[in-house]
Design a protein around this ligand. Structure first.
Ligand code: MN
Length: 485
């Protein structure tokens, strides 16, 4: 059970939460114009007459944006609607030069689907997707340049958005957090959105209401707008749910409203009483034909889909023998999964996973570098594991070799050869070392034979030391046992 129950004086309360996520579509040009979507361009550099809402300009649908949204729908196990319709959503705002937004209303491009989320206690849950529609983004108002004026940058106006709407399936902030992370992983795998919440390319609204545990009613909800990190979404849901419970417990009522999350205080505050769909006077967009997709168009996108994280995770468990936990960590992003597969190719996959999630990730963290900047190539990590499994070096020497690989970028074979680190499996050589140690430590030999069997560890240590760490520990153990017992 991952639901969060809030204790009240009159009863226990549960959270009902749904999310709406605006994802900026990765495409070279905007959804209804040829202007560039390049992030970080100079102010108002990428604005065509269409984006600026000039009279008489006509929008032309960018097929690539449709392709990307269909791909995303397929990635969320959703139904693709072959027939969808663009609508005008009318409202006035300074960063919306047309005075309306072209979006989809009654007939969205993508229908119902689902996403599997993995929770910390090892359980999983399916979250329903209600719909995905495509629409244009607004410009950006900048309030902090002048104390008396607001400046507007229209570079973002007309960038394609996918609005992903979930069912009200979340019962706790943790579930919402797990969903956002999973969604981000999926769109990144698909290459349809870069998922960077801090840059605003993925923005989340959360609808929150509460009800007594056991009831089926749906009470008025508060919608918290544009929260820009997973952590903040979780904080906002928790704060808002507790706020509503307090009001109900003290005899008050909640009205449908829109609220803002203040990341400095962790609180939500009133923005406006919530508008309803009829306030926007939606009507079919007269400048665009309905969108009709062929079966071939959808089939072609389907056949080009990459392997998604759930499928990859399952394959890592079934075919490579990884634990579900290890598989989930290694499939969290595509680069990591591909790096791992390259490293594991032809080697003991489980051992490679251990090395990668242990010493290797620790090294990246310590150096504050990304996977792409790693001084160790995947092939070389695989080769290092191979040297261990084929008994060329032991685990202890492998740690030293790993450190030299980080410093030099050399292959482990070269390092082992140059430094003479091959482990000694030659029983004759090891036997000779053992004989010397037994001969020069008669007291400990007597003590061992007298019952102090944990001295075995001391003997092993002496042999390893005398062999400069190169003796095969298995061979050392078995010869020592033979000689002492
Ligand atoms: Mn929207």
């Amino acid at each position: 059970m991952s639901g969060l129950i809030i204790k009240g004086n009159t009863c226990d309360w549960e959270i009902i939460c749904g999310l709406e996520i605006h994802c900026q579509i990765i495409s070279k040009s905007k959804i209804f114009s040829g202007a560039s979507t390049h992030y970080g361009a100079d102010v108002n550099e990428n604005v065509s007459f269409v984006d600026a809402g000039m009279p008489g300009m006509l929008p032309v649908l960018n097929e690539e944006c449709v392709r990307q949204a269909v791909k995303t729908g397929l990635g969320l196990n959703a139904k693709i609607n072959k027939h969808s319709v663009f609508s005008r959503k009318n409202y006035f705002y300074a960063d919306l030069p047309q005075g309306y937004q072209i979006t989809q209303f009654e007939h969205p491009l993508v229908g119902e689907g689902f996403v599997k989320i993995d929770l910390e206690d090892g359980s999983n849950k399916s979250i329903g997707i209600e719909r995905i529609h495509i629409e244009q983004d607004t410009g950006k108002s900048i309030h902090d340049i002048s104390p008396t004026k607001t400046f507007i940058d229209f570079n973002r106006a007309g960038v394609g958005l996918m609005e992903i709407v979930t069912k009200p399936d979340f019962r706790s902030p943790d579930e919402a957090g797990a969903f956002l992370r999973k969604l981000r992983t999926i769109v990144r795998y698909l290459g349809t959105c870069d998922g960077n919440m801090d840059e605003g390319s993925m923005r989340c609204d959360a609808s929150v209401s509460v009800r007594p545990v056991g009831s089926n009613e749906l009470r008025p909800r508060a919608e918290i707008k544009n929260v820009n990190s997973v952590k903040f979404v979780m904080q906002a849901i928790e704060f808002e749910a507790k706020r509503q419970v307090e009001i109900y417990e003290s005899g008050g009522e909640i009205e449908q409203q829109t609220r803002l999350f203040d990341q400095n205080t962790g609180e939500t505050r009133f923005m406006r009483s919530k508008e309803f769909a009829h306030d926007y006077r939606y009507f079919p967009e007269p400048d665009l034909l309905p969108l009709d997709l062929s079966d071939e168009f959808i089939a072609e996108i389907k056949s080009g889909l990459v392997e998604l994280p759930d499928a990859k995770q399952e394959r890592f468990v079934k075919e490579m023998g990884l634990t579900p936990y290890d598989a989930s960590v290694l499939t969290e992003d595509r680069e990591t999964a591909e790096w791992f597969e390259k490293a594991a190719k032809g080697h003991d996959a489980k051992k490679v996973a251990n090395w990668m999630m242990g010493d290797f990730f620790a090294m990246l963290n310590e150096k504050k570098i990304s996977l792409a900047e790693s001084p160790i190539s995947p092939e070389n990590l695989g080769a290092l594991v191979e040297l261990i499994t084929s008994d060329v070096i032991n685990g202890k020497t492998a740690k030293d070799v790993f450190a030299i690989m980080v410093e030099t970028g050399n292959t482990p074979e070269k390092i082992v050869e140059e430094k003479g680190l091959k482990q000694v499996t030659d029983t004759g050589a090891i036997e000779k070392i053992i004989d010397d140690i037994i001969a020069s430590n008669p007291d400990n030999v007597a003590a061992y034979k007298g019952g102090k069997v944990n001295l075995m560890g001391w003997f092993v240590g002496q042999v390893m030391k005398a062999s400069h760490g190169k003796a095969n520990p298995g061979v050392v153990n078995s010869i020592l046992k033979q000689k002492l017992d």
